[in-house]
Design a binder for this molecule. Sequence first.
Ligand SMILES: Cc1cc2nc3c(=O)[nH]c(=O)nc-3n(C[C@H](O)[C@H](O)[C@H](O)COP(=O)(O)OP(=O)(O)OC[C@H]3O[C@@H](n4cnc5c(N)ncnc54)[C@H](O)[C@@H]3O)c2cc1C
Length: 283
Amino acid sequence: MIPPAFEYHRPTDIAGALGVIAEHGDEARVIAGGHSLIPMMKLRMVEIAHLIDLQDVADLKGISVGETIRIGAMVTQHDLINDEALAEAAPILREAALQIADPQVRYCGTVGGNVANGDPGNDMPGLMQCLDATFTLVGPDGARDVPAREFYEAAYTTTREDDEILTAISFARPAGGYAYEKQKRKIGDYATAAAAVLIGKDAGKITSASIAMTNLSDIPIFSEAAGDALTGTDGTGEALDKAVAAMLADIDPTEDNRGPVEFKKHVAGVILRRAIARAVDRA
Ligand SMILES: Cc1cc2nc3c(=O)[nH]c(=O)nc-3n(C[C@H](O)[C@H](O)[C@H](O)COP(=O)(O)OP(=O)(O)OC[C@H]3O[C@@H](n4cnc5c(N)ncnc54)[C@H](O)[C@@H]3O)c2cc1C
């Protein structure tokens, strides 16, 4: 289908984008890679009178890697996969991004669009919760930081105000082992279930564990209890069973064309076990 007519704006800085939002209010919406928004416009699930293309806003691009890692909102999943410094500092990002869609989608789809969208099927929100990332939002009253673990309220609903733009994502350089494990029906599909796991280990014992799950509720699920169940253990046997049980108590999947609830819970358990085993092994 063809979307309804809209006016196209192409600002070159954040102030310009905020200016269009201030002028047109609810009738304006930013577009990043367009790989979530354009399909929704074509299906006429959303109607936008003023589309603000962010691709010429240089301040939204770039990756900086130090003790803190900062990723501009307009960094594409392709850029993220191909940034060697980032892959060395935080390899879980490349591992996760390679499991998103296909190369064509990854050339256009941005990290900012992926986390801002609020689609429970998107892979980056859970990953960013696992990394304990912070989202920087800029609006008419200036900038504010929101923890990824507090950003999601319901499907397609976040704490971002309509007049705010997400500009960057930051997180501390992760240490230890990592794994991003995703079960999907076919290449290019969204997750039936996905797990992001970071493990810190010392002298054979787990000292820290961060676990987040994707597409198993209407928001990404950071399961603190699952991580706690692993801490102080070697991450196998009873500890692993307890971690999986804690995660299952936190998720709330619904039946859809990816399967009934019991099947999704089963898949969630299987992929979390695999992710924990790989992360522990790498730690
Ligand atoms: C066939 C197909 C398969 C896919 N499979 C997967 C998958 O397996 N996993 C996955 O994670 N994703 C998947 N995607 C989604 C893809 O990764 C999207 O590109 C991504 O979710 C959204 O990024 P975008 O840059 O295209 O955002 P857009 O579509 O441009 O925007 C999405 C929403 O976010 C808002 N937005 C964008 N940028 C900002 C910003 N900086 N500040 C505030 N709001 C903003 C827009 O207004 C819009 O509401 C798939 C897409 C397709 C077409």
